[in-house]
Design a protein around this ligand. Sequence first.
Ligand code: GMT
Length: 381
Amino acid sequence: MKIGISCYPTWGGSGVVASELAMALAGDGDEVHVISYALPSRIELIHENLFFHQVVVPHYPLFDYPPYSLALATTMVEVARHHHLDLIHVHYAVPNAVSAVLARQILAPQPLKVVTTLHGTDITLVGNDPNYLETTRFGIVQSDAVTAVSGALRRTTQEQLGITSRIHVVPNFIDSSRYELSRGLPGARRWARPGERVMVHISNFRPVKRVLDVVEVFLRVRQEIPCRLLLVGDGPDRPRVERRCRECDACDSITFIGNLPLVEEVLVGADLFLLPSETESFGLAALEALSCKVPVVATSVGGLPEVVEHGVNGFLHPVGDLDGMAASALELLSDDARRRRFGEAGRRAAVERFDEAAAVAAYREVYRLALGGEAKAEGEG
Ligand code: GMT
């Protein structure tokens, strides 16, 4: 098959999932063309079947807001026309789905099927914004097939955008062997002093991630046991979080690591992962932690209960329940045997329920349907 994959190239989970999928498909023999305004951080262009096409958005004095969606649609048309793409798979609906639908229309009568994967904030925050709602809904409804990364996101899309057409659920996945390879590394322990427990948070530091809650939970735990917090990632809330760390005199035990391409290099060796988000359609970072045998304390929102099993590989609490999250963190950090049991259960879940090969097969089945194949009778999306 010849497949176009369009995504955001930044550090968000949607770009990571799109990149891993692109590399897996190319590895299986498909010809894959990645289309974005920069090379996505996780893409390794070392495969002969994998190509990258940069979307260039020219500036013109008239444009206060250069039209990225049009430049993207134009690149999609060029790539589809000259490389004879069978389909284009867009990750994140805004504006990628709309650009793909436009490209399909421009290309007619050359066929191009559009597959859209919804990742979360493209529905819950951005797509839902009245300024984008109608075009987001249009892009989704006009796609030849639509997937969501969790059952919760499918429900939200149906409820909030009133979408009644079929949405397949293909959960996010990880290449668990990568986490196996990092096992020998010191990982998070590099930053810890002897006797310190290490807690990790990874995100893009957007308000939806509630990184200040991470700090508050950490401060509660630090009153009870020696511990360190590693904050991985960067984004708009980082200055507020840094200010809070200074205010409470915690700079000595909180380390900001910034963006990292290979998060397992920090997750390995960590004792606990914190994800107190306001909303989270899936929580790829939580899955990466589980895969590294790190138990997760998170909020019981969106798709997180589909990833983290309360009392088995982590604990879930209502949004803002700082005392509850701190109590769960302490429970795990002060009981090595229990923490190890939770870690093993997390690794098992990652390997058994979020296997890369199974997800790639599920996406292939969605492609087959988009290309006009019959739906399988049982157990499908
Ligand atoms: O978390 C973000 O703000 C980035 C966003 C993205 O598009 O990269 O993440 C969303 O997609 C990820 C990959 O499917 C999910 O794991 C995240 O849960 C989801 N974020 C939210 O729903 C807040």
